[in-house]
Design a protein around this ligand. Structure first.
Ligand code: MLT
Length: 215
């Protein structure tokens, strides 16, 4: 499967095994690419369609989804503009690949989880669900929004040196306050992805999201 530089992002699309399966929108961490999270996507929901993206910003040659001034200090203006580009991509890709947004689940790690969180805050109804590994609150939203109907799994690291615990809790509280259904899992280690949270996310998708998507 070859990546395409089309529809506004370098991306790769792997069709689902069955038409009723969801599409996982895969958003990598700093230095990753559109292929990085394909194995994670296959593990989380075998047979789902996979849409892997490459972030357009380069930081010392490493792809990211938006600019930052330093570790954890985001260029919010750039983040919001890139989030709008991502929303446009989703619209175009949904039409091009016949993807239903009601069956679109973002899976993001670190920088990818942060732009997914930003997408939820700015455009709450672009996703049906999200799996956010090591996300922080990308910015404090100006308006209280409704996140009703949205399900979010947050995988956070107890010893994460990049995302402080209160950032995770604040993000969960904002989403929950707007009516999202939140599942917060604390991974034993730090910023790296662990088998424990991949397995917790997989169980959550199988036990919670399968039923919700079928309803
Ligand atoms: C970010 O810049 O999105 C976060 O600090 C995580 C990272 O990519 O290192």
């Amino acid at each position: 499967m070859k990546p395409l530089n089309d529809l506004g992002f370098v991306h790769i699309f792997v069709p689902a095994d069955e038409p009723a399966s969801p599409t996982l929108l895969l958003l990598h961490g700093t230095g990753g690419n559109e292929q990085d999270l394909l194995p994670l996507g296959r593990e989380l929901w075998p047979g789902a369609a996979l849409l892997g993206l490459r972030g357009k910003v380069l930081e010392n040659g490493m792809p990211r989804f938006f600019r930052r001034f330093g570790e954890g200090v985001f260029d919010v203006e750039d983040l919001k503009a890139r989030t709008n580009e991502l929303a446009e991509f989703i619209d175009t890709a949904a039409e091009h690949y016949a993807i239903s947004k009601r069956h679109l689940i973002a899976v993001g790690y670190s920088n990818g989880a942060n732009i997914a969180a930003s997408l939820i805050l700015l455009h709450p109804h672009y996703l049906r669900a999200a799996v956010l590994f090591r996300a922080q609150i990308p910015f404090t939203p100006d308006l209280a929004r409704s996140f009703t109907g949205l399900s979010v799994f947050i995988g956070a690291g107890i010893q994460d040196q990049i995302v402080p615990r209160d950032q995770t809790e604040q993000l969960a509280a904002i989403l929950e306050g707007g009516g999202a259904d939140i599942s917060l899992f604390w991974h034993r280690g730090g910023h790296e992805l662990g088998d424990d949270d991949v397995s917790a996310a997989k169980t959550w998708l199988a036990e919670t999201m399968r039923k919700r998507l079928a309803a």
